[in-house]
Design a protein around this ligand. Structure first.
Ligand code: PMP
Length: 401
């Protein structure tokens, strides 16, 4: 029956984890997968999350099905976290929200909704490069995927002129995917002034802004600051789409908890949109899982837990920033590594686009037991005070060839 099924390529990122686990060398380092690690290289379960779990357990909750769109209080609280209490559409009750299977599920439900109902074409523009899963998600949703320039290899920063030109030349009515903060994989974000220009351009060209916010809090350590782009666009009257994930900022990777929302024109439109989101979700997975939504909701609705969570985000973000500073110093002052390394410090969030070439990354995997994707992206969270010296020394050797 399956004689004609061709073998597909392994997932480039998850494949790295398999190889890393099999490696017996004690010096091995994984900077491939974007999951936070503490300074001992261990997965980190947030203390606010543990307390939220106890709090939830103490109410002895049942295991009944959630609504198709998830836990109603969760939807209310996550929208507040993203859009802010001052958001007019939020106050007016015109934002349709549904709980989803983390950020990926939000993108997939959002993609399906756009494919079915977006009135002005089925073209979505992604930054080049973007998170590797964006293209398959939107392609499988039935959209035509195109790219706009984003990363400038020469400066290891934003190609703002290229971005503007490509958005300018997009057909009116196209969808533009924007990483709200901590762009993956480059770690390069527009400045607030550049966001304002992008907002004007998107408006002028009648494009549709579709935000992916998988790292709220992880860029700056502050959830309000990281929501700047989304909130600014909404203030400017854009009816945005937004995908949220609690994988990174609450460390709830495997709980699969996220949200998809759409700003609509009025409560009646919102009700129509919500009814169609249900019709999309019901045959996909019927309704979302309970546990993660309860944890997120407990944190967002309890002042004490919320404060503790905010300080834990800051700790995670600051540890990463310290690793950036340390790596920069090691590569430059200590090892005099050829090349320009300022971008290690200026890039934002969990990832850094190092500029290492595919042959250098191959050498690092094969000779130094350092696992990273061929594009030279590293997860800064994989570095810690115990392995950063060996990492810098190995990178320096790889660059010298
Ligand atoms: N968007 C971006 C840009 C991401 O980097 C990720 C996680 N790697 C996601 C969405 C979704 O992740 P998850 O489904 O685990 O929430």
């Amino acid at each position: 029956t399956w004689a004609n099924v061709p073998a597909g390529p392994p997932d480039p990122i998850l494949g790295l984890t398999v190889a890393f686990k099999a490696d017996k060398d004690p010096r091995k380092i994984s900077v491939g997968v974007g999951a936070y690690r503490d300074d001992h290289g261990k997965p980190y379960v947030l203390s606010s999350v543990k307390k939220a779990e106890s709090l939830v357990a103490s109410t002895n909750p049942d295991k009944e099905y959630l609504d198709i769109t998830g836990l109603p209080e969760f939807n209310k609280n996550v929208a507040l976290l993203a859009y802010g209490a001052d958001c007019s559409p939020l106050k007016a009750g015109t934002i349709a929200v549904t709980q989803t299977l983390s950020g990926t599920g939000a993108l997939r439900v959002g993609g399906a909704f756009m494919q079915r109902f977006f009135p002005t074409g089925k073209v979505i523009y992604l930054p080049s490069p973007s998170w590797g899963n964006h293209t398959p998600i939107f392609r499988d949703s039935g959209l035509e995927v195109r790219q706009y320039r984003y990363f400038d290899k020469k400066t290891a920063g934003l190609d703002f002129a290229g971005l503007k030109e490509d958005i300018q030349n997009a057909p009116a009515g196209a969808i533009v995917l924007l990483h709200a903060c901590a762009h993956n994989p480059t770690g390069v974000d527009p400045t607030p002034a550049q966001w304002k220009e992008i907002s004007d351009l998107v408006k002028e060209k009648k494009l549709f802004p579709f935000f992916d916010m998988a790292y709220q809090g992880f860029a700056s350590g502050n959830t309000t600051k990281d929501a700047f782009a989304v909130r600014y666009f909404v203030e400017q009257g854009h009816q945005v789409a937004l995908c949220q994930s609690f994988a990174k900022n609450m460390g709830l990777y495997g709980e699969r908890v996220g949200a998809f929302s759409l700003v609509t024109a009025d409560p009646e439109e919102k009700a129509r949109v919500e009814s169609q989101l249900k019709i999309i979700i019901r045959p996909m997975y019927s309704n979302p899982p309970l546990h993660g939504a309860r944890i997120v909701n407990a944190i967002l609705s309890d002042k004490g837990l919320y404060k503790e969570w905010e300080s834990e985000i800051e700790v995670m973000a600051n540890r990463i920033i310290n690793m950036r500073d340390r790596l920069y110093d090691l590569l430059t002052s200590t090892h005099n590594t050829p090349g320009e390394w300022g971008h290690i410090k200026s890039q934002i969030g969990m990832f850094s686009f190092t500029g290492l070439t595919p042959s250098q990354t191959k050498a690092l995997v094969e000779k130094a037991h350092i696992y990273m994707t061929a594009d030279g992206r590293i997860s800064m969270a994989g570095l810690n005070s115990g392995n950063i010296d060996y990492f810098a020394e190995s990178v320096s050797k790889a660059v010298r060839g």
